[in-house]
Design a protein around this ligand. Structure first.
Ligand SMILES: NC(=O)c1ccc[n+]([C@@H]2O[C@H](COP(=O)([O-])OP(=O)(O)OC[C@H]3O[C@@H](n4cnc5c(N)ncnc54)[C@H](OP(=O)(O)O)[C@@H]3O)[C@@H](O)[C@H]2O)c1
Length: 205
């Protein structure tokens, strides 16, 4: 699958490597092709190319957005027409909402009119995306959004990144829960000093 990744930092860079290992083609949508993070990813595999954000988004079937929450306006403006693409929002608005929107998902929905927008890969730290396995157990991922197509693709990509199960937590109305869940993880990991190597898994009986 051709995946555009906007944001080549902790999240974008980590998921780029995971999806490359699973055989996907990665199109980095970047502002500066010479930056260290872009060059490192380009050196990692022939299946990575770097392009301006517009070109990467237009060529891809799926677009992962992993930039700081406040950059959502800038990125949305640069994507071009993406109403029929699958967009995966991995952002969190830590500390500051992208006003007048309540979160990045609402901003992307309004600004891009994307019909297949989902929230996924936002609810745990990048270290868990680099390695979702604790002992013999893989942790879980969670996805929200009203597009079944978007969720099916995000679930497959979570499996490709070696998460055990990617649970569908509901439609667009559940997206804020997923962002709050990320803040719950951040609170435990950082403010409550449990460290970043902590993760959630759904247990059933
Ligand atoms: N870090 C985590 O563990 C974690 C976990 C879950 C979710 N998230 C969320 O994921 C997002 C990214 O976090 P991160 O830790 O990966 O950040 P990061 O390491 O700081 O990387 C941010 C990336 O966004 C790019 N960027 C910034 N402004 C941009 C703009 N206006 N247009 C295009 N690209 C822009 C940067 O590009 P340049 O190199 O050109 O500046 C950089 O590649 C955030 O919303 C964060 O809340 C993070």
């Amino acid at each position: 699958m051709k995946i555009a990744i906007i944001g080549t930092g902790n999240i974008g860079g980590t998921l780029a490597k995971a999806w490359l290992s699973a055989g996907h083609e990665i199109l980095l949508g970047v502002r500066d092709i010479e930056s260290d993070s872009v060059q490192q990813l380009l050196n990692a595999s022939e299946k990575v190319v770097a392009k301006p954000i517009y070109e990467a988004a237009q060529e891809a079937e799926v677009i992962l957005i992993a930039v700081p929450g406040q950059a959502v306006f800038d990125v949305a403006k640069n994507l071009g027409y993406v109403a029929d693409k699958v967009i995966i929002d991995a952002m969190n608005s830590v500390g500051r909402k992208p006003e007048p929107y309540s979160n990045t998902f609402e901003a992307l929905k309004a600004l891009t009119r994307c019909r297949h927008l989902v929230k996924c890969f936002n609810s745990t730290g990048w270290e868990n995306m680099a390695n979702p396995v604790y002992g013999n157990t893989a942790i879980d991922m969670f996805v929200a959004g009203s597009s079944q197509r978007g969720k099916d693709i995000a679930i497959n990509l979570a499996n490709d990144a070696k998460f055990a199960t990617c649970y569908d937590i509901g439609g667009d109305d559940k997206v804020q829960l997923l962002e709050d869940f990320a803040l719950f993880w951040i609170n435990l990991a950082i403010m409550q000093r449990q460290g970043r190597n902590i993760a959630f898994k759904l247990l059933k009986r």
